[in-house]
Design a protein around this ligand. Structure first.
Ligand SMILES: NC(=O)c1ccc[n+]([C@@H]2O[C@H](COP(=O)([O-])OP(=O)(O)OC[C@H]3O[C@@H](n4cnc5c(N)ncnc54)[C@H](OP(=O)(O)O)[C@@H]3O)[C@@H](O)[C@H]2O)c1
Length: 332
């Protein structure tokens, strides 16, 4: 099968190599998925540059890519929830990625069924960013009627986080660039702030929860607009000791992240606020709940550009540019 492979970490963003490799075998708990489309994420570039190796160390050669949509071709002996022919999608398990390829062997409990109204390409936009939002909202313990600020909600995380937050009954405020305002309001955002014209920190106060997609440069402001006792979940800030513990990391890594994340631990303590960093993990059951929400609300999907597997490096560069009008997809 054709696959896009990373041969070693490359801080200069060295390119993936396309190769023919054997179709993977499956074990008793896995299924073989014939991949039809794969989502491209900032995470892929971060893995290539070796920026997440403290969180997930990978072995090489590595078939790249973190999220898939496709058709099950074969199921392992112990798999009872799925059968050949099912349309499925997944954020692939942290320790076994490989979406930029024709096939992947994936444990069944990472998978969920694709909502009927979505094509494979549309479906491939969902798992990683929707699970990110889902896992963030669980940590925040966000409740109906509360107010959520999503920084940079015009990107692919926002495209999933906004409809999921609305399904939980939250009031959603977000900011981003003006050209995306209408799309974001159509997704259900209650209020949009053009970040080039207005500072959200001048307009907002006492929000219940913040979903931070911008990290370091904005976290201080985000703490300022958060109410006493409120929660911030950051996707881009620094990991802290609590994160290392939640990932079951070694004592040494806990100590390292303890030092790295101390600044936020101090900030959160001032007004009894809570700071979490997350790294999205596979969760078929959570994704199935997201499928149900999407089927019910008919959430509209925004695709920015579709590339072929041969153009995988162009797709990665496109995502790196950060100028997102929806998701970048690879058609397999
Ligand atoms: N930790 C995790 O598990 C996890 C999971 C998913 C994503 N992430 C991270 O979350 C971040 C966002 O991901 P994404 O896929 O949504 O990115 P994306 O699709 O590139 O979107 C980023 C958006 O942020 C907007 N933006 C940039 N600077 C801004 C500012 N100062 N104020 C307001 N908006 C601003 C951009 O608008 P313009 O077009 O104006 O630039 C763009 O629409 C990335 O860093 C990614 O690595 C982490």
């Amino acid at each position: 099968m054709r696959a896009a492979i990373l041969e070693k970490y490359a801080s200069d963003g060295r390119e993936l190599v396309l190769k023919d490799i054997p179709i993977p075998d499956i074990n008793e708990e896995e299924v073989l998925v014939n991949i039809k489309a794969a989502g491209v994420n900032h995470l892929d570039n971060m893995i290539i540059r070796g920026e997440v190796k403290l969180i997930v160390p990978y072995c090489f050669p590595l078939v790249m890519g973190n999220e898939i949509a496709g058709i099950i071709e074969k199921v392992g002996k112990n798999v009872t929830d799925f059968e050949a022919g099912d349309r499925v999608y997944a954020r692939l398990p942290l320790n076994k990625i490989g979406a930029f390829a024709e096939y992947v062997a994936v444990k069944a409990d990472a998978l969920a069924r694709i909502p009927e109204y979505l094509s494979f390409e549309e479906a491939a936009t969902v798992p990683l960013t929707a699970l990110t939002a889902w896992q963030a909202f669980e940590l925040m313990n966000a409740k109906k009627g509360e107010t959520l600020f999503i920084s940079g909600g015009t990107g692919s995380v926002g495209a999933m986080a906004i409809p999921i937050a609305k399904s939980l009954g939250l009031t959603v405020i977000t900011n981003g660039s003006a050209e995306n305002e209408e799309r974001v309001l159509n997704l259900g955002a209650d209020c949009f702030i053009d970040y080039r014209k207005e500072n959200y920190q001048d307009l907002l106060s006492d929000v219940d929860c913040v979903l931070d997609t911008l990290g370091e440069k904005e976290l201080k402001n985000e703490f300022d607009i958060l109410k006493d006792g409120g929660s911030i979940v950051s996707l881009r800030g620094l990991p802290n000791e609590a994160f290392a513990k939640s990932m079951g990391m070694s004592v040494i890594k806990r100590a390292v992240f303890g030092i790295v994340g101390k600044r936020y631990d101090k900030l959160e303590a001032k007004r009894s606020q809570k700071y979490y960093f997350i790294f999205v993990h596979e969760d078929g059951a959570g994704l199935q709940k997201i499928s149900d929400i999407f089927s019910e609300r008919r959430v509209q999907i925004s695709i920015d550009e579709v590339f072929s597997l041969e153009d995988v490096n162009k797709a990665l560069k496109k995502v790196e540019s950060g100028r997102s009008r929806g998701k970048t997809i690879i058609r397999i």
